[in-house]
Ligand binder design. Sequence first.
Ligand SMILES: *Cc1c(COP(=O)(O)O)cnc(C)c1O
Length: 369
Amino acid sequence: MSETRVFNFSAGPSCLPEDVLKECAAEMLNYKGSGQSVMEMSHRSAAFKPIIEHAEAQVRKLMNVPDNYKILFLQGGGSTQFAMVAENLAIHTGKAAYIETGVWAKKAAAEAKHLGVSVDVIASSADKNYSYIPRVEKVTGDYDYVYICFNNTIMGTHYEYIPDTGNIPLVADISSCVLSEELDVSKFGLLFAGAQKNLAPAGVTLVIIREDLITETPREGTPSMLSYKTHADNGSMYNTPPCYTIYVLGKVLDWIEKNGGAKGINKLNVEKAKLLYDYLDSSSAYHATAEKGNRSLMNVPFLTKENDPDKAKEINKKFVKEAEDAGLVNLAGHRLVGGMRASIYNAMPIEGVKALIAFMDKFAKENLQ
Ligand SMILES: *Cc1c(COP(=O)(O)O)cnc(C)c1O
């Protein structure tokens, strides 16, 4: 790591591979002899066309996306997908099933309801502050789709299984775990991921949708910008796409490929997460909040064992401040869980995790014993 850079544990936007940033910097003023930055190019130009085609081809290759799925690069973040999924998929019975595993799944369900979809919450882990993933073996019913949030960024939980929904399309928000592991795309009707956690800077949302779910007749009143068909018919170029972000995304995928693709990167992720969870599980000063068996490889919330809420608040503040001074930034926990959260996405090197554990150990000796 270069001397002036920190280890950034932000939940998103989050750290990018340093090699990618360097390449972008080198190409900033004159992209491949075009005399322009990718930031300045027309999205209809001959120079940009191969950039978006490359990004799409890399998604297809690295995620092993079957031929009957379309890959879309959209805007509006993961949050806009909450509405697009409902508008485009809830069109036969108008009913949808949601598994509630935390903030993002709840927001998605609330948006569908807001748009007039009849929402059934078929399982929830609210009883234990979303610290686990409910087991739903088989979903039946006349639902237009079943919705899950595959990795819960705030709660630090992750599905260890894919619910069997039979013929009902399964929709998954994979914003915070995309390409952190191998995933069988054919098990899903639609997958989406805001890019700013594991793929690119903020600004693009990756959507992978089975072709038969691209409808000409979304719910009444759906704006054309919120219709998947609009974007599928126009190769994600109905309007100006987030060109520069798509360019960086292509480079991040090249970097993932160099690291062994989804399989190789997953091996590294397992190794990094294991270091941190093993440390937390054996610590007398800290503990992880997510239940074993349902833990995220990407987002690791943890608390100190200080039980007094006021004292805990002070300790957390001190932890975050001293960590920052030590070059370990963005470790404050989400207010719904408290404590700290280390997001260790693909681009976080194992050295960052080791540095964090060393800091935690020192901080515990000085403050928590
Ligand atoms: C961050 C996040 C979102 C929201 O993404 P935006 O791009 O900010 O709209 C949705 N779902 C999950 C799982 C996330 O981590």
